[in-house]
Design a protein around this ligand. Structure first.
Ligand SMILES: Nc1nc2c(ncn2[C@@H]2O[C@H](COP(=O)(O)OP(=O)(O)OP(=O)(O)O)[C@@H](O)[C@H]2O)c(=O)[nH]1
Ligand SMILES: [Mg+2]
Length: 341
């Protein structure tokens, strides 16, 4: 089969992969996606239905088991007049987030043939869940004394204090991306965690996403810092902030791009320096429109199962759509999708 229109869904543990797939299938079956239709479910009907069913009962799907490898293979076609008529196959894998984690721990054997094939997708949905972010700790000194200690530790020299970690908020370091978006009418970004060089650090979300993208670029023959150029090697990335309904309203208004610039500046700087700007877009997605773990919302969802997508455009400001297919439209059609009715 041609790889021309294959979309891969990627994300760490519990980032909302199964929920989004299930919600998409429900919406497709109820013909709630304005510009997409299922041409049939084919061989994967049972697996897809298993993701969609819990949502129809007002619950989130169970966590995907590491041994479970469910691939979603849905023949789709555009509907209506806004997009050109197009038939294609959406191929996404619903695999446990741990499998993505394993790629980092075992760089040789973790890169299965399946993963290598996935790296040649034409578009990537990269899921990030704001309420489970692991932030990159910073060794930010508050005084000259701290700075000296930090350098001694890096040179394995003994220091007077066992740790240079200080409690209390640390200033947010300005980055290119943060400078671009300027001061925001939002609460300050929670202070970056502090760590001494000898402290154990769990893998920050930004680093695991960068590592994943580095892998994809490596398989596709792109050197670090080399932006994809030729039409056939270009690929789009939709960064999707899931459970967007749980995010503070002022950040939601500022939009997912500003959220990422302030919370994951390292990832944004990496994307800026390795990809074409028009090939990356950021969405806030609420696949279920609210929290199904909240009994009263779950009841409302049963009556009207729906979600929403929000994004921000430099020229037009904040946007919202009730069509959760929007990240797919963008992967397929680029910025033209953003004007879809
Ligand atoms: N409020 C809210 N919570 C969500 C939404 N989508 C997912 N969640 C939460 O995120 C949890 C994990 O979602 P899953 O879809 O199971 O995530 P996953 O990426 O498939 O997880 P693994 O298969 O375990 O890697 C859910 O149980 C919900 O608590 C959403 O749209 N809104
Ligand atoms: Mg899952």
């Amino acid at each position: 089969m041609s790889d021309q229109h294959r979309i891969a869904l990627l994300g760490g543990p519990s980032t909302g992969k199964s929920t989004y797939l299930g919600a998409l299938v429900d919406a497709l079956q109820m013909e709630k996606l304005q510009h997409l239709r299922l041409a049939g479910l084919g061989d994967d009907a049972v697996g897809l239905q298993r993701l969609a069913d819990p949502l129809l009962g007002g619950h989130y799907p169970q966590r995907t088991k590491v041994t479970e490898r469910l691939s979603l293979d849905a023949p789709l076609h555009t509907a209506g007049t806004y997009f050109d008529p197009l038939s294609f196959t959406l191929r996404a894998g619903d695999y446990a987030g741990e499998e993505v984690e394993r790629l980092f721990r075992d760089r040789i054997h973790g890169w299965s043939e399946e993963w290598k094939a996935r790296a040649f997708s034409s578009g990537f949905l990269l899921l990030v869940r704001p309420d489970t972010l692991t932030r990159l700790p910073r060794p930010q000194p508050t005084s000259e004394q701290d700075e000296r200690e930090r350098w001694r530790l890096l040179r394995h020299e003994p220091v007077a204090e066992p740790s240079s970690v200080r409690s209390g908020p640390a200033p947010v370091a300005p980055t290119n991306a943060a400078a671009y978006f300027g001061p925001l009418p939002v609460e300050e970004v929670p202070p970056t965690p502090r760590a001494a060089p000898s402290d154990p650090v769990s893998v920050p979300t930004a680093l695991s996403l960068i590592e994943l993208l580095q892998f994809i670029r490596h398989v596709r023959g792109l050197a670090p810092g080399e932006r994809p150029r030729a039409a056939q090697e270009r690929f789009r990335i939709a960064l999707v902030l899931t459970a967007w309904d749980t995010v503070d309203s002022s950040w939601r208004q500022a939009g997912p791009a500003a959220y990422l610039a302030h919370h994951l500046p390292l990832l944004e700087d990496y994307l800026w320096s390795n990809f074409l700007q028009e090939d990356v877009f950021r969405f806030g997605l609420s696949a279920t429109g609210g929290d199904l773990n909240d009994a009263s919302y779950s009841q409302r969802y049963l009556e009207d199962p729906s979600g929403f997508v929000e994004w921000w455009e430099a020229a037009h400001g904040p946007h919202r759509s009730a069509d959760i297919g929007m990240p797919l439209y963008w992967l397929l059609f680029g910025d033209r999708a953003l004007g879809a009715p």
